[in-house]
Design a protein around this ligand. Structure first.
Ligand code: GSH
Length: 198
């Protein structure tokens, strides 16, 4: 069975885990602490980032978008539509959700890795402005939630889960449509939980 090197708090890991579940592909979850630079992780991804999917034949796949595309290919397009326009829409939504996570993660790392007096507020503000712009756009026009979803909707759900974990009480104001969207997602796809313990 393919192994997924992941962390429970990583939004990209959550996306991939949810995508595998939705596509009906079993993966063995292997929790990893990136800060420890474990040999298994570095051997699979020299960048030392998660998620990484290690296939049965030893090949490893990163980053998360390469993984979702792989999962879609091996599940006969369970995650990405065949129709080029619809596929493009799904890919752009996934990129937007991942992009929000990139900004959010950069803020978390800025605070976590620098001494307090060296945290650069204009950098945090710049990242937050990007998150705000993207969330406002999504809130004004939340993606549809049909029976058959794509990696785009899955990425957005994982992203909102991460914002609720790290920016609770900060991202929700004025975003009631997105909050309802996440609740509807959870109702429709109760098996796809954005966070997993461990
Ligand atoms: N673009 C990558 C993807 O989509 O997989 C981003 C992966 C990423 O930044 N993962 C974080 C990580 O591994 C955890 S959420 N950080 C450790 C590090 O940068 O050393």
């Amino acid at each position: 069975m393919p192994k997924l090197l992941y962390a429970s708090t990583s939004p990209y890991s959550s996306k991939v885990r949810m995508a595998a579940l939705y596509a009906g592909i079993a993966v063995d979850l292997v929790p990893v602490k990136t800060e420890d630079k474990p040999a298994e992780l570095i051997g699979a991804n020299p960048l030392g980032k998660i998620p990484v999917l290690v296939l049965d034949d030893g090949r490893s796949i990163h980053d998360s978008r390469a993984i979702t595309q792989h999962l879609s290919r091996v599940s006969k397009n369970a995650l990405l539509p065949r129709n080029p326009d619809k596929r493009l829409e799904a890919e752009v939504l996934e990129a937007l959700a991942d992009g929000i996570c990139d900004c959010a993660l950069s803020m978390v790392y800025e605070r976590r890795t620098r001494p307090e007096d060296m945290v650069y507020q204009p950098w945090l503000d710049r990242q937050w402005a990007k998150i705000t712009a993207a969330l406002d756009l999504l809130n004004a026009n939340p993606p549809k939630l049909p029976k058959k979803i794509t990696t785009g909707q899955i990425a957005l759900r994982a992203c909102l889960g991460y914002l609720s974990l790290r920016f609770a009480g900060k991202w929700e104001k004025g975003r009631s449509r997105l909050i309802r969207w996440a609740a509807r997602f959870d109702e429709k796809f109760p098996e796809l939980k954005p966070a997993v313990p461990g």
